[in-house]
Every structure is written in structure tokens, then in C-alpha cells.
Design a binder for this molecule. Sequence first.
Ligand code: NAD
Ligand code: MG
Length: 399
Amino acid sequence: MSAPAGVTVLGSTGSIGVSTLDVLQRHPDRFRVVALTAQRNVDGLLQQCLACRPTFAAMADPQAAQRLRDRLRALDAPTEVLAGAAGLQRVAALPESDYVMAAIVGAAGLLPTLAAARAGKRVLLANKEALVMAGALFVAAVREGGATLLPIDSEHNAIFQCLPPGFDGADGRRSGVRRILLTGSGGPFRATALERLPEMTPDQACAHPNWSMGRKISVDSATMMNKGLEVIEAHWLFGVASERIEVVVHPQSVVHSMVEYEDGSVLAQLGNPDMRTPIAHALAWPQRLASGAAFLDFFRLSPLEFQAPDLQRFPCLRLAFAALAAGGTAPAILNAANEVAVRAFLERRLRFTEIARLVEHVQERVAHGAADTLERILEDDALARAAADEWLAARAVEV
Ligand code: NAD
Ligand code: MG
């Protein structure tokens, strides 16, 4: 028996982080938690440190890191606490970590996830924003670092499972792959009357019919910006042109995505909507591992439906396709504007339907350029956030 693989979980206190620890704790013979991170949730990270006894913990917020350090010391716990962006990047590249779960939400995940790729880790990628912002650089870092990139996003994990091994989009035709069919539930407002959408509240937007997730991705699911980000993610992960990626609305979230082949075959991956399945898949790949997820009971499933997406209802999907077509830093600008818009919506400073309007405004306002360096990407990310903040300030009204 080989020694357990070392695992760093970035964003361990979040929805994906907690599911990851659940899977890891089922297999103590296979995995050892080496490092955990959070932004500022001291209580949550403290409990996880006591349960998993990692060598390191890192907190983005330095004051939170100091509080965690004091409390761990008082309990005589062995974990060393690091702080700030440098601390996150360090635990992403530790020699004793073989696997890095990248589960920080948003642009904040980019640098630590890149550090893991450059250090040649097996990167389990939940943080889709890293690929959306810096797809070309990220893919190059994976290649140059000798890293293995495995998708955690349920759709991409499904596609990965349905593609031929070693698939590379550049020679997709040779492998007979015709299209990628990316499924999405359509979120909680798929059937809400259009004229009622402006009054939808954060709690309504976060009440996803099938998945339990963090608030940011829940709002993205309600606008279908999540699916737009996932189209961009699929483009970079699999090297497939956007014309060959089709979004299919599938309200039951049982088919997690599909791959269509030239001979008319369609391969699909199915399962209950439980992120522990893709997490266990990526941890064990190319083997399989029990995840704790319930098995699919075909005799109790409701009928499976498939629909074309309604772009009038979901303008964010159109904006994301436009950003991918524009290329360069356009997806980073889209992502940054969306992050500001979603936060403003969650803080009740923006109506639900204004999320797309704000993103579109920023897209028109901030010119995109080449995404060939991290500096240029981060610069346009900052310009987009500033333009979004300005728009919000100019129309500061109660909603
Ligand atoms: P979440 O909000 O539940 O958790 C986010 C984690 O990131 C927390 O541990 C938090 O402390 C940390 N974090 C937040 N801001 C940070 C910052 N500025 N610096 C450092 N750490 C920070 O989010 P989630 O739902 O678990 O999603 C995580 C990622 O996984 C996202 O990119 C999301 O798109 C992706 N994803 C999530 C799901 C899901 O089911 N939740 C499914 C597919 C993909
Ligand atoms: Mg997804």
C-alpha cells in the first residue's frame, strides 16, 4: 500500500470545500489533508483544523488568520497558520501536497490555482473563474508545470467522463467528437413570468431547485451566467470552439452533460445532483471511489426534459458567448462585471434583471485587449470593477 496522497483544499469552508472534506474523510487510508484555507470564517476553519489536523491553514484576511492562530495555540493544535495572498499561494504549491482542490469562489481563486498548476499538482478545478479570466495562461501553466487538470464542475466532469481518453479539441474531428452538449437546469426562474423577474429577491435567486451551492454561483445559475461561464470553461478545458458547444436546458439536473459523436452516438453521464460524485471522480481518477452520494433510482425519477435556452429570459448567456467570441480579456471583463453585479444584487443594491444590464454596460465601456500576461488580465479586471462601481454609484436607488 502506498502512503496517503497529500491534499490541499483551497476554500475548504465553502460548499465545495465541505463536500471535499466529506469525501476525503471517508478514505483516510488514501488521502491526508495537508492544508486548508478560507477567507475569514475563523470558526469554520478552526473546526476543520481540529477534525483534519492539517500541517497548514491559510486565511486571506490577516486579522482572521491571527485569531485562528491564537485559538489553535490555546488548544495546543499543531497546525501552522499562514496569512494573505502569499499564504494561499504557498499552501497551493507545498511539496507535501499532491492534489489541490481549487474551490475558492471568484477571481480571488486565480493566483493560488495558478500556483498549484505551476507546481505540477493534480489540480481539481471547481474555481471556473480562473479559466474564464486567464484560460490561455492557465492551460499553459498546467502544461509547463506538468500538472494534471481535472474538472470538478459537474458538467465538465461529465464531459470529461464521456470524451475519449486523452482528447484534445484541436484534433476533435479525428476522435469523432461532433459537439459538446452542456446541460443546465435553468435555475429557479426558468418558468417565472418575465414581468416578475425584476422583483426577484436574493433568497429566491439562491433557492436552487436541485443543487445546494454558495450564494454567488446560485445567483449565476438563476441568471444562467453560470452556464455562460461554463461554456468558456469548456472551451479552455477541452480546446473546443464555441460553435461546437451547445447549451441544453434540462430542469431535472440528472444528465450532467453529454458528448455527441459523428456516428450519431451521444454519451451522457448521469447521477444525482451531489457534488461529491465529481469530487470523488477527480480524486480517484482513473480509478473510482465511494463518494457518499445516493445512487440514482431510475424507477423514482421524474420524466427528463430538454429545452433550448431562452435568450430573452437569460441575456447573460448571450453576453458570455459574445465575450468568448471577442477573446482576449473580454471574458475577464465579463467575469469581473458579473462579480460586482452579483454582490450588489445580494446586497439589494441592484434588481435581478439589472445584473445583465450592468454586465453589458461594462462590456461596452471597457475595451478588451490581449490576455497574454497576468498583469493585463488583472488590469482589465480592475477597470471592469471600477466601471461597474461607477454605474452603480450613478444610479444609487433603493431596490
Ligand atoms: P462558497 O461561497 O460556498 O465558498 C467559497 C470558499 O472560498 C470559502 O471557503 C471562502 O472562505 C473562500 N473565499 C471566498 N472569497 C475568498 C477570497 N477573497 N480569498 C480567499 N478565499 C475566499 O462557494 P462554492 O459554492 O463552494 O463555490 C466555489 C467554487 O466552485 C466557485 O468557483 C464555483 O463557481 C465553483 N462551483 C461550485 C459548485 C457548487 O455546487 N457549490 C458547483 C460547481 C462549481
Ligand atoms: Mg456547473
